[in-house]
Design a protein around this ligand. Sequence first.
Ligand code: RIB
Length: 344
Amino acid sequence: MAAAISVKDVAARAGVSVGTVSNVLNRPDRVSPETRDRVSAAIAELGFVRNESARHLRAGSSRTVGLVVLDVANPFFTDVARGVEDTASAAGLAVILCNTDEKTTKEDAYLELLEEQRVRGILITPADAISDRLTELRRRGTPVVLLDRKAAGRDQCSVSVDDRKGGDLAVSHLLESGHRRIAFVGGPLSIAQVADRLRGARAAVKRAGLPEAALIVTSTLGHNVAAGRLAVQELVTMAKRKAPTAVFCANDLLALGALQELSHRGFRVPADMAIVGYDDIDFASAAMVPLSSVRQPRHQLGRTAAELLIEEADNAAGHKHRQVVFEPELIVRESSTRLRRAPR
Ligand code: RIB
């Protein structure tokens, strides 16, 4: 690969100093139109491209923000990313999207890369607890906003949804529909927002005066369609008198997998098994049996997080950290509507 064209090559071609080329690039108002034209012609002839990363290293930060999510294949995160990108691009910033697959090792590697790239700031859904690297990175001056996770203290910005309330809404709805044995499908519970949904589900069962065993917790290894199908394979092998009549899934991909597996095995939804998911991604309403789901304001989550990050990056001294918590909303559709139970 040919050596990159330097500012020095442009200066020699245009017959001006390196300083004049730098002025044309960064402070064009300080250069006469005639000289500007000569330098621009030399840049075009040589195919010069400015080295942004060197400039950013000198300036201390780049025109990018990092977005670290758990699963880019999950429409929840792509909807959130859209909110981030809309806000970042309006501020002249590009977004570096990092997918951790819920693995702390990948998260750590991406945080190191993003700091080396001198990003203006990082939006992150942590794969587990807040890591030492993330804490260190903030201490060294990179703004961080927790996304889809509430900050433990008031010294950090975060944008999240009240997931305990969301879990409570989902299971209260199933209890009010007459269900008395409900499965919770989700995990690993190291994902705090998923653990909160389970806490909310348990609170609803307790408030209804039912024993904790009325909620059958089925842990999964991930939050995708395949894990939802596997979880149902376990539930349908239970003895009839112990098997649940409804399932609350920690997200819509699990719920879509549950719906697929139940239908594949000849179960009717909701007559034989009601389903409620979480996120209310577009596929939920488009499913073959439209899914009830707990809606998260996905685009607003992303937009709000990006606004907080840019505000802190542009004015660290005057910035006040905020922990924004949105309300979940239960959307009831066919997959859990109360039906007169047909004989089976
Ligand atoms: O990544 C698992 C889930 O956590 C997502 O579906 C979304 O609900 C997030 O909060």
